[in-house]
Design a protein around this ligand. Structure first.
Ligand SMILES: N[C@@H](CCC(=O)N[C@@H](CS)C(=O)NCC(=O)O)C(=O)O
Length: 202
């Protein structure tokens, strides 16, 4: 059985949606980061870094979205949520996951930290530039890789997070991409549930 430790609307939402899209049997354990549960002894026994996502698998605990998302995709090869291992297309998909995990997540992370408030403008500029490039890519295609993949689910989370950052530019292709993702079965209701949970635990 797969068990995902996940915080509502956190980056781990991509892993939750990937499990759903893969059609794999799984369990979700909510870690309320707004209440500091990720720093408790119980959770640190699962992920000593005190972060979500963490995926319990029959072989051990896997952390890092950029590892968990391809792992989930490979468990359900018929769903084609990642290009086949060993191909150039796979390496390109990994490159996008790495970019989202570092440049995009990193810029959002900097904006959340009060100690980096003095660098706020620089983080907004970094984020805006990176989002602009993604917007341009999506001008000519519906999905990041040309076919739906876990890369799209990961990007969706960072599209949603835009609402928390005043001052970001209008990005029409990312907006349209977000709408397309929300129209996939099950995605909007899951996000709605998470919005309610997040509000309840704020
Ligand atoms: N590099 C990790 C980053 C994970 C991460 O930053 N998770 C955040 C939620 S989006 C978290 O657990 N924050 C709680 C904390 O750091 O205390 C990944 O991509 O999985």
């Amino acid at each position: 059985m797969l068990r995902l430790h996940h915080a509502p609307l956190a980056c781990s939402l991509a892993s939750r949606l990937a499990l759903m899209e893969a059609g794999l049997e799984h369990e979700i354990v909510f870690v309320h980061t707004t209440r500091g549960e990720q720093r408790g002894e119980a959770y640190r026994a699962i992920n000593p870094r005190g972060q979500v996502p963490a995926l319990e698998t029959p072989e051990g605990v896997l952390t890092e979205s950029s590892a968990i998302l391809p792992y989930i995709a490979d468990l359900a090869p018929d769903r084609r949520l990642m290009p086949s291992p060993g191909t150039f297309a796979r390496a390109e998909a990994q490159a996008w996951l790495g970019h989202l995990a570092t440049s995009i997540h990193g810029a959002y992370g900097g904006l959340l930290k009060p100690e980096f408030a003095c660098a706020r403008e620089a983080y907004v500029a970094q984020l805006a530039a990176a989002l602009h490039a993604l917007d341009a890519r999506l001008a000519g295609q519906d999905t990041m890789l040309g076919a739906f993949s876990v890369v799209d689910l990961y990007l969706l989370v960072f599209c949603l997070w835009r609402a928390t950052v005043p001052g970001l530019p209008a990005l029409p292709h990312l907006d349209a991409f977000q709408q397309r993702m929300l129209a996939r079965p099950g995605i909007a209701p899951t996000i709605g549930e998470e919005m309610r949970l997040r509000a309840e635990t704020a």
